[in-house]
Unconditional design. Structure first.
Length: 355
């Protein structure tokens, strides 16, 4: 929670000072920026969703038959970096300036947190993990800027050496190794960014460039949103050395992500300097047909605003590792992460009760 507050403070420093502007922006330029934004996030979001359940033990043991039964509960928090150019480029379309102090950074900090639990397998050497972190919409705000966040995940890990060498004394000296598969879901957004002044977005039709079409927005409020669902595969090794447990692993995520913007305001539509009302289905269909003809069909528009959410899919690769400090049944994990796909990084800190 504290990391989310820090992030909202940093972001808010750049989002509350909007310069006065009156220029008209091409709608095609806006759509180019939202495509770049979505393409960037399909690399970064699965990486951020991997925070949580990064426990030092590659395998925690069985819950039955075992004395004591092996399970654990805890919390973790951290952040990953994201390239700021695509984020900044989209906000610049709404004349959000250089994002203040954020604009001076080379990356955008993306926080995450989770409550987490693992339970050992029954008879077979596996464990199950679950995590969730929720920041309901409107529960955290800085001025008029509101943040939302949801993280859900589950994983299954199998210990192949425990399966193949059950009862063999070699297990006492070999590291614990696990292979895992899981699903992570992450969604979030920044809402109610008050622009304060009117913005005009214009477009033309191919072959009819002499005709002009404009969407006029009166004091709009801007929101950015993102969502990803990732199938995640991991390979991890660890070794318990009494008071510390070092660990290292690699992960591969296949994700489908959605990201984009929405503006809420009264929309004034103009065709060749003639104002058109957007109060009937026929008038809205006419506008949507024009947008389709202009290759802007990804915009969903009505009389109260418009939005564009772009879906992308991709595969990302990461490495992770660190160590835990073991104090009786309390473990404190410190994890570092590196995303090979976009050269970004992440860190997390967690604590848990574990038997």
């Amino acid at each position: 929670m504290k990391l989310n507050k820090v992030f909202s403070l940093i972001l808010g420093m750049g989002l509350f000072v909007f310069p006065v502007f009156s220029q008209t922006t091409l709608l095609t330029d806006l759509q180019t920026r939202v495509n770049e934004f979505s393409e960037s996030l399909v690399k970064s979001l699965p990486f951020n969703a991997a925070i949580g359940l990064n426990w030092s033990d590659a395998y925690i043991g069985k819950v039955f038959p075992s004395l004591p039964p092996h399970f654990g509960v805890g919390v973790s928090a951290g952040m990953t970096s994201m390239e700021i150019d695509a984020f900044k480029g989209l906000l610049d379309m709404f004349d959000a300036g250089a994002l203040g102090s954020v604009g001076d950074l080379t990356f955008m900090p993306v926080p995450a947190y989770a409550t987490e639990a693992r339970v050992g397998g029954v008879f077979l050497p596996f464990d199950l993990g679950f995590k969730f972190g929720i920041l309901p919409e409107n529960s955290l705000s800085l001025g008029n800027v509101k943040l939302s966040y949801t993280l859900l995940g589950a994983s299954l890990r199998i210990a192949p050496l425990e399966l193949l060498l059950s009862g063999n004394p070699l297990l006492l000296v070999l590291p614990n190794i696990s292979v895992g598969v899981g699903v992570n879901y992450l969604s979030g957004g920044i809402g109610d960014i008050s622009i304060g002044k009117a913005i005009n977005f214009s477009f033309t039709l191919p072959g009819k460039e002499s005709n002009s079409y404009t969407l006029g927005l009166s004091e709009p409020k801007l929101g950015l949103s993102w969502e990803t669902t990732a199938l995640d595969f991991t390979l991890q090794a660890s070794k318990n050395l009494l008071v510390i447990t070092p660990y290292i692993g690699v992960g591969v995520s296949r994700a489908t992500s959605k990201a984009g913007y929405g503006v809420t305001t009264k929309v004034k539509y103009t065709e060749n300097s003639i104002d058109k009302e957007l109060t009937t289905d026929a008038e809205l269909k006419n506008l949507r047909d024009k947008l389709e003809s202009a290759r802007l069909g990804g915009i969903d528009v009505d009389a109260n605003g418009f939005e564009s959410i772009i879906e992308n899919s991709g595969v990302s690769f990461r490495a992770f590792g660190g160590l835990s400090f073991n104090i009786a049944v309390i473990k404190i994990d410190l994890t570092g992460m590196f995303n090979f796909t976009d050269q970004n990084w992440g860190v997390s800190l967690g604590t848990r009760f574990q038997l």
